[in-house]
Design a protein. Structure first.
Length: 106
């Protein structure tokens, strides 16, 4: 009661800078599985960077193609379905890696 008028009332604008409206685009929605705030994962940024590095190395070291049974004649099925708040592929995506660099460099 000493800090705000009507302290018992719900007024979220108290916590917004200059009374501006709430921003619905939170930049860390992609990191929700890591938690948020004080209870968030301290290694979230490290995990994100390691994952980016691993994907970059896979793309750099290998050529990727579709399995032989597709022969490039079929169009990829890219439909999705929702499981809770997560969008997953309706059908699995299979890719065949072939080394792009000489073996000693891998």
């Amino acid at each position: 009661p000493k800090s705000w008028q009507d302290a018992q009332c719900f007024k979220p604008e108290r916590f917004m800078e200059d009374g501006s409206s709430a921003d619905s685009e939170v930049e860390n929605f992609k990191s929700i599985p890591f938690g948020a705030g004080r209870r968030g994962c301290p290694a979230r940024d490290l995990g994100t960077r390691v994952l980016e590095l691993v994907v970059a190395q896979l793309l750099h070291c290998f050529n990727w193609k579709l399995p032989e049974e597709l022969n490039g004649n079929q169009e990829l099925e890219m439909s999705e379905r929702l499981i809770g708040a997560t969008a997953v592929r309706e059908h699995e995506l299979w890719a065949v890696p072939t080394p792009r660099l000489p073996i000693p460099l891998l």
